[in-house]
Design a protein. Structure first.
Length: 260
């Protein structure tokens, strides 16, 4: 279908430490791709480089064929890339609905004067924002929690809320940073279903960082494994599961041990 995201020769140094080493990959439009590796492999750094949180030391990032290397985070979001974070970044004291409405607002603009006077477009736009936010909460099965403080939700539900808030930005590319972190097996299974449903229903391209290897193997036809900032394997789940370097780096065993 054509490349939506392309990373070329990506390098990142923090002082004398190389966090990402000559990383390159292509994410096709409509793909659901997994990015795996042991803790400290550099996975989240990849997301931070793509979204402009950190500048690249060298290399390039292309989105829809446009070079977005060095772009500001807010500009990259406007271009159609949204993400979740490994550490939740919700407004804990605000309601579940308010958290999503905050993200929706950029697509339903009104002026500062209209906002403080509640005149002009404010009323109709607020209604549109509320309706769209409730629709997204329905999609992630949180509508019944709409008026609850976000910080009081169970952890797994907070993860779902963060996904709803990312969807409110209306992205073409969704980056999920360890969405199953801290979840029990049942929650992971439900999250698998949610990610697949979002991928299908929203026609989204999704890149998932995940430490739960079973999640990635089940839902991602295309997987990249990295260690010490560098790519060590890329391919389908069967290729990744049987790859010697993956077994050594990610699973902590070598080929001989795995076949014993």
């Amino acid at each position: 279908m054509g490349a939506l995201l392309e990373v070329r020769g990506m390098n990142k140094f923090f002082g004398g430490v190389q966090a990402v080493a000559d990383m390159g990959f292509t994410l096709e439009k409509g793909e659901l791709m997994g990015l795996i590796g042991p803790n400290g492999a550099g996975k989240t750094t990849i997301f931070n480089l793509i979204t402009g949180v950190y500048p690249l030391s060298s290399g390039s990032v292309f989105f829809r064929g446009e070079d977005i290397t060095g772009g500001k985070t807010y500009d990259i979001v406007k271009k159609g890339i949204a993400r979740t974070f490994q550490n939740l970044r919700l407004f804990g004291a605000s309601t579940v609905l308010e958290n999503v409405m905050t993200a929706c607002q950029q697509h339903y603009p009104y002026s500062f004067l209209e906002a403080i006077s509640h005149l002009g477009r404010w009323k109709s736009q607020e209604k549109n924002i509320r309706n769209k936010s409730m629709e997204l909460l329905e999609r992630v099965d949180l509508a019944r929690e709409a008026h609850r403080a976000a910080g009081t939700l169970p952890y797994g539900h907070q993860r779902r809320l963060e996904i709803a808030r990312a969807l409110a930005l209306q992205p073409e590319l969704l980056l999920l940073d360890e969405p199953a972190a801290g979840m029990n097996p049942d929650e992971v299974m439900n999250l698998n279903e949610l990610i697949q449903k979002i991928h299908s229903d929203f026609q989204l391209t999704i890149l998932v960082i995940e430490h739960h290897m079973e999640l990635v193997m089940e839902i991602c036809p295309h997987i990249l494994c990295m260690n010490f900032g560098a790519k060590i394997a890329e391919g389908d789940p069967d290729h990744i599961q049987g790859h010697r370097e993956v077994l050594k780096a990610y699973l902590g065993e070598d080929e001989e041990e795995a076949s014993a």
